[in-house]
Design a protein around this ligand. Structure first.
Ligand code: ATP
Length: 278
């Protein structure tokens, strides 16, 4: 799903991220950890071509799209629909006067999704374009069908353990943890195959963090989503990641299976991060 080789991101003469190798397959979770300013977010954003003003070189393939060579149109096609970006405080990005259901419906319509594919009588019919193959089970593009759209929305919020009643609420009527799960539900409704999450739980208290991590964990197991998580929280990472990349000053100083990196770190910086854990 994600394949990165010799990625280098530079602002002016300053290299802010250099990643020799990063792979995330379907159903896998990889975490990038490191202190503030180490280049984690820059790496994540470069996967969607969102590092405006930067010189980016190397090889970056996401869902089969060569990101560094892609046209704006090709990038628009993968952003949101196939690759979802989940940020720290999604509530800030939600219009305060729009109900969550309306917001989700608009996002789906914008991406041409109008009902579930290949289901019951109210389903939307054949896929209208773009991708095939791995998306088969999750593709909801098709003809307009109000009932079909509602079904996609309800299924998506239920998949993140939210009550569908939440679709009638306004953003200020939900908690931070609910907002984060709603953001993930939106990704599911859009049929995302990859979730890029930047500090997805750092604005939440510990119990709610565990709920969000549980949801992400379930999605990769049940739906085969590929997850790339950026976090400075090693405790979170240890509960969800298969592999870990440790970044410092724009460089990957250590990488490997999470169990090895987090229990037998070979780099002094990783040991420092682990020792700083409460
Ligand atoms: N648009 C930009 N122009 C110039 N420098 C930038 C730009 N965006 C990021 N940087 C620099 O790149 C470096 C890496 O930033 P980045 O946000 O990737 O770090 P991070 O590890 O994600 O930190 P944090 O955890 O605080 O988000 C920082 O020194 C930052 O100042």
């Amino acid at each position: 799903m994600i394949e990165v080789r010799d990625l280098q991101v530079r602002y002016g003469t300053r290299v802010v991220a250099r990643v020799p190798e990063l792979d995330v397959g379907a159903g896998e979770c990889v975490a990038i950890v490191g202190e503030s300013g180490s280049g984690k977010s820059t790496t994540l954003l470069s996967l969607l071509g969102l590092t405006e003003g930067a010189d980016v070189s190397g090889h970056v393939s996401v869902c089969g799209v060569e990101v560094l060579q892609a046209s704006p149109q090709q990038l628009r096609r993968i952003r949101g629909a196939r690759v979802a970006l989940v940020l720290q405080s999604p509530q800030a990005a939600l219009s305060p006067t729009t109900r969550l259901g309306t917001l989700m419906r608009r996002a789906l319509e914008l991406h041409g999704i109008t009902g579930p594919r290949g289901g019951g009588p109210e389903t939307g019919g054949p896929e209208t374009g773009g991708s095939a193959g791995s998306r088969k089970e999750r593709s909801w593009k098709g003809r307009a069908s109000k009932g079909g759209l509602e079904r996609v929305m309800v299924e998506a919020v239920e998949a993140v353990m939210l009550d569908p009643e939440i679709l009638r609420r306004y953003p200020h009527e939900i908690s931070g943890g609910q907002a984060q799960r709603f953001a993930i539900a939106l990704a599911i409704a859009l049929g995302a195959e990859v979730i890029l999450a930047d500090e997805p739980t750092s604005a939440l208290d510990v119990t709610v963090q565990a709920e969000v991590v549980g949801v992400l964990h379930g999605l990769r197991e049940e739906r085969g989503l590929a997850l790339l998580i950026v976090s400075h929280d090693l405790a979170l990472v240890s509960t969800i990641a298969d592999r870990v990349l440790v970044m410092k000053d724009g460089e990957v100083v250590e990488s490997g299976p999470a169990a090895d990196v987090l229990t037998r770190p070979s780099h002094p910086y990783t040991r420092e991060l682990l020792e700083a854990l409460p």
